[in-house]
Design a protein around this ligand. Structure first.
Ligand SMILES: [Cu+2]
Length: 542
């Protein structure tokens, strides 16, 4: 820490009590918890809206909502899930709580800026809520806000877009904090090749957050300007170019999928070695692949636009680059599976979610190659095949990594253990439901069912009713999972400091950790996933 702490570095003012001790806190752990409850609230809201969409599609014609409400419902589901759950979820909750501890330090570099990031998150959420209930109603454009429709439609596009802009600011400031903390707050005895993989994944994510988010921020502001001042940048009626908007939008939104998935991959890289009692396979390769994904992922955005009329050469180049990104992603999957190979695996709820993640994300990744290839993509573009694909990567991937992180770090965050039986039942229900919900959508898409249409042809009925059953199982499984975790706060089954036998620094401090995290000088191991000591201790029954 520099001699004269700056405004953003001042530690929590002592003597705060009651609600003030939360709303004015600078403690990274408290901020992690404040994000947890806010993010879970938005997750349940967006999950419920998603479930209602599924019920509407259960049968042809109107089921529970009108076509207008349906359009706003899938827009609301997408906007909340992406900007208020998938992007902030793992970094803001578990990154805030654990990154400083994994680095052996007592807080992030800018604690007060960290509090500002939380307030920006809350304000962004509030604005989205207001745009739901004020005149004009929630936008019906889809979360992509494509022009010229989003310029002309008379609902609250400007307010919702502004909410996304504010949330982008929160995400950028969090990224800035994490990068500075990794460079400046890391304990002296920890070299770069001793940093845990979760923290590495957040570091790579933070660079994408910092460099890509400004693109979407300015693009969203331009949409507001187009709506208010008709500047003629995107609107073809005024000489504007709607394709320009698509390039700007995806220049952020594709790198953003790595902001969404990289932290989840970092969680899995913590869980797999812990329950395999084995050093992770290819530590350096995983670090390199995180950085590789962050860089290569910024070069493929136009694979969302193969049908936008761009040249064959451009289609070819973006298709090739898209295949390149699959390589560092595959390195991670290969390393996780190699770590499990011949390991002494101990099954626990976090590991179960970790294994489910690997399976679902791999299906998502492989179908991504089908979409990366221009020949097949042009056939399934804007169909339910695409919807199934990104739910396998974003829900099966980030969502289930989020569930894995919840079950892995819950005992550390709250000092209590949850019921394993209920946890396993919830995971099973959610996974079986997930498969019955999304696999039919691949087939419906291949058969030509377009996405974002309120109604469909008779030949799509069977697939949609099957998906409705899946939706019900999935929804019930997730609600049971959350209830089980919350019940553990009442049951008060005390958790040990290291219930899983993990060897990164958060498992060396009490559960929950004290205000300044460490009661003694943290001991950094030569290699971050060296289980030899733990195995020796366990073999002596300690
Ligand atoms: Cu993409």
């Amino acid at each position: 820490m520099s001699a004269t702490p700056s405004f953003f570095q001042t530690p929590s003012p002592p003597g705060l009590t009651g609600i003030k001790a939360w709303l004015l806190t600078h403690d990274h752990k408290r901020l992690g918890l404040m994000y947890l409850w806010a993010v879970l609230f938005w997750f349940v809201v967006a999950l419920t809206v998603g479930f209602l969409i599924r019920i509407e599609l259960m049968s042809m014609g109107r089921t529970i909502m009108s076509a207008e409400v349906y359009n706003s419902a899938f827009t609301l589901h997408g906007v909340i899930m992406i900007f208020l759950f998938v992007i902030p979820g793992i970094p803001a909750i578990f990154g805030n709580f654990f990154l400083p501890i994994q680095l052996g330090t007592d807080d992030v570099f800018f604690p007060r800026l960290n509090l500002l990031s939380w307030y920006l998150y809350m304000i962004g959420g509030l604005l989205a809520l207001i745009s739901l209930f004020t005149a004009g109603g929630f936008p019906d454009t889809g979360w992509t806000f494509y022009v010229p429709f989003s310029v002309g439609t008379n609902n609250n596009v400007s307010l919702t877009v502004f909410a996304a802009f504010i949330l982008g600011m929160s995400s950028m400031l969090t990224g800035l904090n994490f990068i500075t903390t990794v460079h400046r707050m890391r304990i002296k005895t920890m070299g770069w090749m001793q940093i845990p993989l979760f923290t590495w994944s957040l570091y790579a994510t933070a660079w994408v957050q910092l460099l890509a988010t400004p693109v979407i921020s300015i693009t969203l502001v331009l949409v507001i300007f187009e709506r208010f001042f008709q500047i003629g940048l995107f609107d073809p009626d005024r000489g504007g170019d709607p394709i320009l908007y698509q390039h700007l939008f995806w220049m952020y939104s594709h790198p953003a999928v790595y902001v969404m998935i990289l932290p989840g991959m970092g969680v899995i890289s913590e869980i797999i070695p812990t329950f395999s009692r084995k050093a992770i396979f290819g530590y350096k390769a995983i670090v390199a692949s995180s950085l590789g994904i962050a860089v290569a992922g910024s070069l493929v955005w136009a694979h969302h636009m193969y049908t936008s009329g761009m040249s064959d050469v451009a289609v070819f180049v973006f298709s090739l680059l898209t295949f390149l990104v699959a390589i560092p992603t595959a390195v991670k999957v290969f390393s996780w599976v190699s770590t499990l190979y011949r390991a002494s695996i101990e099954m626990t709820p976090p590991l179960l979610y970790g294994l489910i993640f690997i399976y679902l994300f791999s299906v998502g990744g492989l179908t991504g190659l089908v979409l990366g290839a221009a020949g097949t993509d042009i056939h399934v573009h804007d169909t339910h095949f695409v919807v199934a694909h990104f739910h396998f990567t974003m829900f099966g991937g980030t969502g289930f990594a989020f569930f894995a992180a919840l079950h892995y770090w819950w005992p550390k965050m709250f000092g209590v253990m949850y019921n394993f039986k209920r946890a396993y039942l919830a995971a099973t229900l959610a996974t079986v439901g997930f498969m019955f919900h999304y696999v039919p959508m691949f087939i419906l898409g291949l058969k030509g069912m377009p996405r974002r249409y309120y109604d469909y042809l008779p030949q799509f009925s069977q697939g949609n009713s099957l998906a409705a059953v899946g939706g019900l199982l999935l929804f019930s499984g997730i609600i049971l999972m959350l209830v089980n975790l919350v019940l553990s706060l009442r049951s008060r089954q005390v958790a040990a400091a290291n219930p899983w036998g993990g060897c990164t620094l958060e498992w060396s401090v009490p559960s929950p950790p004290p205000l300044h995290n460490f009661v003694s000088e943290p001991r950094v191991m030569a290699y971050p996933y060296d289980f030899s000591e733990i195995i020796a201790r366990e073999s002596q029954g300690k």
